[in-house]
Design a protein around this ligand. Structure first.
Ligand code: ADP
Ligand code: MG
Length: 151
C-alpha cells in the first residue's frame, strides 16, 4: 500500500496528474471515499494529464462520462445505481482504449474486472486528505512499484 497526504485541492489534482503519467489503456482505478472527499477533484487531475480540455464534473446523473484526450477517460459515478444488478456494459469501458475511474465502485462489486487499483481518499481535516493506493492483481502491483519509485 502506498500513501500520500495532500493539504489543498490543487495538491490532489497534481498528485492525480503525476499518477496519470503512469497509466495505460485498460487501467481501472476505483475511487473510494465519502462525499466531498475529493474523488472528482482527483479525476480532474487525471483529465488534465490526458490533455482533456472539457470540464470534468461529477457524472452522478449520467453514470458514465467519456472524455477524449491523448487517451480516453471514462469517468463513472455509480452512486445513483444503488446495489444494482443492471448490466450497463461496463466491460466495454474496463477493457477499452482508455483509463476508467469509478466512484462508488463497491455498489457494482460483482461487475468489476478481476484486477484494479483502489485509491481511497480520506478527509483528515478541512483541506487535508490521506490518499492510499491498494493494488488488486499483479498488473496493479506493478503499478504500485512504479508509483513507489517515482512518487
Ligand atoms: P467527491 O467527488 O469525493 O464527492 P469532490 O472532489 O467533488 O468530492 O469535492 C471535494 C471538495 O473538497 C472540493 O470542494 C475540494 O475543493 C475540497 N477539498 C479541500 N481540500 C482538498 C484536498 N486536499 N483534496 C481534494 N479536495 C479538497
Ligand atoms: Mg464526485
Amino acid at each position: 500500500m502506498k500513501e500520500w497526504t495532500t493539504t489543498t485541492p490543487e495538491e490532489t489534482t497534481q498528485l492525480a496528474q503525476d499518477i496519470a503519467t503512469h497509466l495505460s489503456p485498460g487501467t481501472v482505478l476505483l475511487l473510494e471515499g465519502d462525499l466531498g472527499a475529493g474523488k472528482t477533484t482527483f479525476t480532474k487531475g487525471v483529465a488534465k494529464a490526458l490533455n482533456i480540455k472539457r470540464t470534468v464534473s461529477s457524472p452522478t446523473f449520467t453514470i458514465i462520462k467519456e472524455y477524449k484526450g491523448t487517451m480516453p477517460l471514462y469517468h463513472m459515478d455509480v452512486y445513483r445505481l444503488g446495489e444494482s444488478e443492471e448490466d450497463l456494459g461496463f466491460e466495454e469501458y474496463f477493457y477499452g482504449e482508455g483509463v476508467t475511474l469509478v466512484e462508488w465502485a463497491h455498489l457494482i462489486q460483482d461487475q468489476l474486472p478481476e484486477q484494479y487499483g483502489v485509491l481511497r481518499i480520506e478527509r483528515i481535516g478541512d483541506e487535508v486528505r490521506k490518499i492510499t493506493y491498494t493494488p488488486v492483481g499483479d498488473k496493479y502491483e506493478k503499478l504500485e512499484k512504479v508509483l513507489e519509485e517515482s512518487l
